[in-house]
Design a protein around this ligand. Structure first.
Ligand code: C5J
Length: 221
């Protein structure tokens, strides 16, 4: 077992039953011209965490932790995108509309791809998900059960939407969940701060948080 100095208290985990899930580090959220920008957001803070997520991926790969990447995206006919999702707000470009990186959040389009610096390598699972949570309508749960995973490390964007939703789903399914504080980001700094606080509040009611350096120290020694 490895013990990590995390908040709100230490987290002990067995690396042989731990996996890393990197949520939605896609061009559509991180680059200008994508879905995030179409919603009126400044994507710069999300771009800034790419090197930290790359370091986290390197750490997980070095220690043989299974890595799972997710992409929020929909079928070209939008049959898996309910109006409640497509019609939300008044963005310049809605899900499925044609933008500078192809159709927004559509499977196989350039904007739906993971940014090149964080691309999956051979043997890593990439899960396309129609929802905010990565367990909803995907094979993620079965895959983790097949691997015998009990602890999940989380990174990715955005902290308060897809990352938090997936951590809550994981918590309900019995996984010990840790969010790497500097490997996640929001378009809204206050939402990131609030999400970190609510995850670890009330005795880790959803899970734990820790900076990447603490995890590197715990694993690399
Ligand atoms: C959003 C996500 N924010 N990946 N998606 O719509 O968090």
């Amino acid at each position: 077992m490895v013990t990590l100095a995390a908040a709100p208290f230490d987290l002990s985990f067995d690396p042989s039953s731990t996996a890393l899930i990197v949520i939605d580090m896609q061009r559509d959220f991180i680059e200008p011209g994508g879905f995030g920008a179409a919603l009126g957001n400044d994507v710069t803070p999300l771009q800034a965490i790419v090197p930290t997520v790359a370091r986290l991926l390197a750490l997980a790969r070095r220690h043989g932790l299974p890595v799972i990447h997710t992409r929020e995206c929909h079928m070209p006919d939008l049959s898996d995108c309910p109006p409640t999702k497509r019609d939300r707000g008044a963005p310049d470009l809605r899900i499925g509309d044609a933008g500078p990186m192809g159709r927004i959040l559509i499977v196989g389009e350039p904007g739906a791809e993971i940014v090149p610096d964080l691309a999956a390598i051979e043997g890593e699972l990439v899960i396309d998900k129609p929802g905010k949570g990565a367990f909803y309508a995907t094979p993620l749960g079965e895959h983790l059960a097949d691997l015998g995973i009990s602890t999940l490390f989380f990174a990715g964007v955005t902290t308060e939407v897809c990352v938090q939703t997936t951590m809550r789903e994981a918590n309900d399914r019995g996984f010990y969940s840790l969010l790497i504080e500097d490997a996640t980001e929001s378009y809204f700094p206050a939402f990131k701060t609030a999400t970190l606080e609510m995850i670890r509040a009330q005795g880790a009611i959803v899970g734990w948080t820790a900076p990447l350096a603490a995890l590197e120290g715990a694993l690399d020694g």
